[in-house]
Design a protein around this ligand. Sequence first.
Ligand SMILES: Nc1ncnc2c1ncn2[C@@H]1O[C@H](COP(=O)(O)OP(=O)(O)OP(=O)(O)O)[C@@H](O)[C@H]1O
Ligand SMILES: [Mg+2]
Length: 325
Amino acid sequence: MDLLHIENLSIRFNTPEGPARAVDRVDFELGPGETLGLVGESGCGKSVTALSILGLIPNPPGTIEQGRILFSGRDLLTLDQASLRHIRGNTIAMIFQEPMTSLNPVLTIGRQVTEPLRAHKGLNKQQSEQEALHWLERVKIPSAKNHLRSYPHQLSGGMRQRVMIAMAMAVKPNILIADEPTTALDVTIQAQILSLMLELRKEIRSSLLLITHDMGVVAQMADRVVVMYAGQVLEQAETQELFQTPLHPYTQGLLKSMPRLIRQKDRISSRLSEIRGTVPRLTQHIPGCKFAARCDSAFARCREQQPDLKDTGTGHLVRCWLHAA
Ligand SMILES: Nc1ncnc2c1ncn2[C@@H]1O[C@H](COP(=O)(O)OP(=O)(O)OP(=O)(O)O)[C@@H](O)[C@H]1O
Ligand SMILES: [Mg+2]
């Protein structure tokens, strides 16, 4: 059985310009031990999807319009706050893009890493401190013992992100959700943190839902990829298959816009081709394919009628009239 199954999920936000469908009939699964990459441009609904798993969509302005989020067979959307709190930071843990927003600035690092261990795992003070220290060392915080008494602002951005990872890993969650875990960091530290996450994840055997707009990160980390656009899943496939045979023109555009190192004489430069145009407003009603306005392959039907997400036969799904035969 799949560990997590998001089924036909739609989420709407009421905005001054009218209702916005941030998540539109999204459907995907996460298997035990699997790393699933969730990709797409800014505003396509990645974070909202992730937050809904943890029951963190603010209402108002957000409403879950339809769907189910099955976790080991239970629908998370029907759970009360107490049950959700028990799941959060315990069986499902999340690492956010900016650790300053999720670390508490007035509590020491030690307190923050030990807290979930005491609350959810029943460890006493001494045991939880030992375990916290172990994990701070595992994420390579130098002189970790001293840092148990540090406050978040006394650490660099990269070190704070390591603390977040230690907090998440220490509870050995079944599912780890990482929302752009390295975007705020510089490139060398990004690589270190990503390989650390891969290493630790294997050790605790959790599943990973990795949210990113970086196809390079996906190539390196994910077993399978879900491509989102304007709240919808446009394509879904195993990573190697997606990179070798991207079917949706949007996915093809994302792959083309991956930075490539080009050697010209003795200069190395990086070239980026962008997908033309901009993402549609979510308050706008689009009768056809939401990507049609930016698609070089679009024909009349694309602008008139929305394609369904179709399996091309091998578990490679695509929502595109070019592949609707
Ligand atoms: N609290 C909110 N109130 C109103 N609209 C919201 C709220 N949270 C998210 N949205 C809208 O939902 C849409 C999806 O947002 P989301 O944060 O999921 O995008 P994202 O794919 O994570 O983008 P990014 O790559 O920039 O993080 C956006 O249009 C956003 O403006
Ligand atoms: Mg986001």
